[in-house]
Write a protein that binds this ligand. Structure first.
Ligand SMILES: Cc1cc2nc3c(=O)[nH]c(=O)nc-3n(C[C@H](O)[C@H](O)[C@H](O)COP(=O)(O)O)c2cc1C
Length: 233
C-alpha cells in the first residue's frame, strides 16, 4: 500500500505538539469570478483519503453552504491555504482543489461544487460511490450546540444586518437531543445549511523556522507519488 507523504506526518506532528496554541486554524484563499483573491480563516477537522490511498490525502473542513466562498468555488476550484504552527514554528502552504458537499436535498442553499480534472482523490471517492452525506452528518453531530446555532442565521453570512438587536432572536444552541419543536426546526435548518469542504492538495511548501539554519521543502504530486525538493528558505 502506498504511504502518506512526509508533509502529512509533519502536519500531524505539529498538530500533536503545543495544543495550547490551538493549531487547527488555517487561512484558505479562493479566487472569485473576477479573478480577485479572497481569504478567510477555517478550522481543520480531519484528514481523509480514498480506501488504501493514504498518498492521496484530503483536508476536511466545513462551512455554511450560503457563504461567499461556496459561490467562489463554483467559479474556480483552485485554493491555497496557509497554516502556521506557532509552537513548532512550521508553515505549510497547501495548494490544490476544493470541493464543497452541501446537503443533498433539492432545497439546499447550494449544489456540490464541480470536481475538476486532476483532483484524483475526489474523483476516486466519487467513482467509488463514497457517501459524503454520511460524513457530513457525522461532522455535524461532532459540532458543539453553539457552533450548530451559527448555521441558523436567517440570512446568508455576509448579507446586510439592520442592527445587533435582530440577532437577539436567533438560536443560541442547537442540542444533539432536541427537546422542543423549535429545537427540531433549528436542527433541520442548521443541518440544511451545513456543508463539508474538502481540500485536495497537489503542492505543499513547508518552511521550518524551528531549526537553524531554517529549512524549506517543496512537495509536488506527480504521477503516482509525491516528489520532494529541498529549496532555499
Ligand atoms: C478562528 C476562526 C475559525 C473559523 N472557522 C471557520 C470554518 O471552519 N469554516 C467557515 O466557513 N468559516 C470559519 N470562520 C469564519 C470565516 O473566517 C469567514 O468569516 C466566513 O466563513 C465567511 O467567509 P466567506 O464570506 O469568505 O465565505 C472562522 C473564523 C475564525 C476567526
Amino acid at each position: 500500500m502506498p504511504s502518506s507523504p512526509r508533509w502529512v506526518e509533519a502536519v500531524n506532528n505539529a498538530l500533536r505538539q503545543h495544543p495550547e496554541h490551538q493549531p487547527t486554524v488555517y487561512q484558505v484563499a479562493t479566487v472569485d469570478a473576477s479573478g480577485h483573491p479572497r481569504v478567510r480563516t477555517q478550522v481543520h477537522r480531519a484528514f481523509h483519503h480514498p480506501p488504501d490511498r493514504p498518498d492521496l490525502p484530503l483536508l476536511v473542513t466545513s462551512t455554511d453552504a450560503r457563504t461567499h466562498k461556496v459561490t467562489q468555488l463554483h467559479a474556480s476550484a483552485r485554493v491555497e491555504l496557509c497554516w502556521w504552527f506557532p509552537g513548532t514554528q512550521d508553515q505549510f502552504r497547501i495548494t490544490g482543489f476544493a470541493h464543497v458537499r452541501p446537503a443533498p436535498s433539492p432545497s439546499a442553499p447550494a449544489e456540490p461544487t464541480p470536481i475538476p480534472a486532476g483532483a484524483t482523490a475526489l474523483e476516486m471517492l466519487r467513482d467509488g460511490g463514497f457517501d459524503w452525506d454520511a460524513k457530513r452528518r457525522e461532522a455535524f453531530l461532532a459540532m458543539s450546540p453553539g457552533m450548530r446555532a451559527s448555521w441558523c442565521a436567517p440570512d446568508a453570512p455576509g448579507s446586510p444586518l439592520g442592527s445587533y438587536e435582530e440577532q437577539k432572536g436567533w438560536p443560541r444552541r442547537v442540542p444533539a437531543e432536541p427537546e422542543t419543536e423549535e429545537d427540531r426546526k433549528n436542527w433541520e435548518m442548521s443541518l440544511g445549511n451545513f456543508a463539508l469542504m474538502l481540500v485536495e492538495p497537489v503542492e505543499v511548501d513547508w518552511v521550518e523556522l524551528g531549526v537553524k539554519p531554517n529549512r524549506r521543502t517543496a512537495f509536488k504530486r506527480e504521477g503516482e507519488g509525491w516528489v520532494e525538493q529541498l529549496v532555499v528558505p
